[in-house]
Design a protein around this ligand. Structure first.
Ligand code: BES
Ligand code: MN
Ligand code: MN
Length: 462
């Protein structure tokens, strides 16, 4: 049987077309208008795993969207790799900013992807990266080189907090038993410099509601005499950061792990160009917590951000009104050791405490999860690094990411195994943004690198 590079060359059009078919289904988990599409996508993923050569493929129903589980057990005495990914995607909004429709995938060339990239919602996060594993597995089956057992667990609720996956993992520890968990749902530094994600931030996501008068009021008749919930909410939100951009919630930093100067110096070795960073985002300057550089601010430091804020009149023209209510969605990115439930509680207490008597405040927690850090001396990390070194020609650099995959910390707790985050996306791939894309180079490189991870993981496990 041919080697992997030949196999990819011969099959790459099919690999791309199969992914395009999956990308056409709008599996937006956050919006119930798409619920049938999310379910259809789980079926498409199931079918692809069957075709690739899994023995047992199941749709596991949950209280929400189904989890696709599949396995190929070749010898119970060999190690088992558990692959996790998600088939749900973020909403495509704002849809008018897409240069081509989000669920009609097209291949376009970009400066960073001269070989072309597939533009579609979910191309990189995570359908494209998840499907690399299906195709890498197909190759190992076709070439008779699968060196160990594989289990796949592909969920449909990652973008809304993996709420039902939690109990699935807790109730199915034996079924999911593995020696290492492999995930491609993160990024790497560049197409010339691979990296392995060694940390993820935790998350606490809340919604707040501030109520003033019991109805919208004429802003002339009542203005100045009653609390305007939007004014109050803005003030409250502004007070959550001090002049050094540190978060003012009492106790917020208590458990934050402070990295040593040596560790920070090590982090600073990863290639990063602040001028390019600003240019890519059309920024005159960066902004963040005093005392930390950009790559620390977005990885090893916790944050608090308003994700959306609304209330009052936002239609055409002017309407003079004091709204009855104002709302905001607020996320806090957390670092290892900060407990997300504790932080949610600290936020709630503080937010209620700082509200003036003239308004009523309600805080509704949405979802959350713990942060994650993983050592670089594990067998899994070494195997991943060997795989990258072989396909990219240089070793991977360990990088802590600012993003969150809340379920990863739970995997370690319940399944007692380490997760290896082999991401092939780039920050410029615009995940969650308009015009999300995934480089053809990255897609095929992923398919090429994954079988080597299996090979080296099994070798190092002996
Ligand atoms: N794949 C991302 C997380 C990610 C992307 C981590 C790039 C590191 C690098 C994941 O799908 C995601 O978007 N997670 C959410 C959290 C979730 C609970 C909605 C996030 O980070 O906002
Ligand atoms: Mn993802
Ligand atoms: Mn995502």
């Amino acid at each position: 049987m041919e080697n992997i590079t030949n196999y990819i060359q011969q099959n790459k059009d099919r690999f791309i077309n199969e992914l395009i078919e999956i990308l056409k289904i709008p599996s937006v988990s956050a919006d119930s208008a798409y619920s049938q599409d999310v379910i259809d996508t789980s079926e498409a993923v199931k079918l692809s795993l069957e075709k690739a050569g899994c023995d047992k493929v199941e749709i596991c129903e949950t209280n929400g969207y189904p989890i696709v589980y599949a396995e190929k057990i070749i010898d119970p005495n060999l190690p088992t790799v558990l692959v996790y990914g998600h088939y749900d995607v973020q909403p495509p909004d704002p849809i008018e900013l897409w240069t081509s429709p989000p669920f009609e995938p097209v291949i376009k060339k970009t400066n960073i992807h001269p070989e072309g990239a597939i533009f579609a919602r979910g191309a990189c996060d995570d359908k494209g990266q998840m499907y690399m594993h299906v195709k890498a597995f197909e190759y190992m089956i076709q070439s008779n080189t699968l060196p160990c057992n594989v289990k796949f667990m592909i969920e449909g609720e990652e973008e809304v907090g993996s709420v039902n996956l939690k109990s699935f993992v807790e109730n199915n520890a034996a079924k999911l038993k593995n020696d290492v968990i492999l995930i491609s749902d993160t990024g790497m530094i560049s197409n010339q410099q691979p990296s392995i994600t060694t940390g993820l931030r935790g998350l606490s996501y809340v919604e707040v509601e501030v109520t003033g008068p019991n109805r919208d009021l004429h802003s002339g008749l009542y203005g100045g005499a009653v609390a305007n919930p939007i004014n109050i909410l803005s003030k409250m939100i502004a007070s959550l950061h001090d002049e050094n951009n540190r978060i003012t919630i009492p106790g917020f930093y208590d458990e934050v792990e402070e990295l040593s100067l040596e560790e920070r110096a090590e982090m600073a070795k990863a290639p990063f160009d602040i001028e390019n960073y600003k240019k890519a985002l059309d920024l005159k300057d960066v902004y963040g917590e005093e005392g930390y550089v950009t790559n620390e601010r977005n990885a090893i430091r916790p944050t608090l951000d308003v994700n959306g804020i609304w209330g009052g009149y936002t239609g055409q023209g002017a309407k003079t009104v004091i709204p009855s209510k104002a709302f905001a969605k607020i996320s806090m990115r957390l670092v290892p050791n900060q407990d997300w439930e504790e932080i949610t509680e600290l936020f709630t207490k503080h937010f209620i405490a700082i509200a003036p008597k003239a308004v009523t405040v309600k805080v509704t927690p949405h979802h959350g999860g713990q942060g994650y850090v993983t050592p670089i001396d594990s067998i899994g990390y070494k195997a991943a690094n060997m795989a990258y070194t072989e396909t990219f020609g240089i070793p991977a650099i360990p990088v802590r990411s600012g993003g969150s995959i809340p379920i990863v910390a739970l995997f370690e707790k319940e399944l007692k195994s380490k997760t290896i985050l082999m991401g092939f996306g780039l920050d410029s791939d615009a995940i969650h943004s308009p015009n999300e894309h995934f480089g053809i180079f990255n897609y095929l490189k992923g398919i090429e690198t994954i079988p080597l991870f299996y090979k080296y993981f099994v070798e190092l496990s002996k």
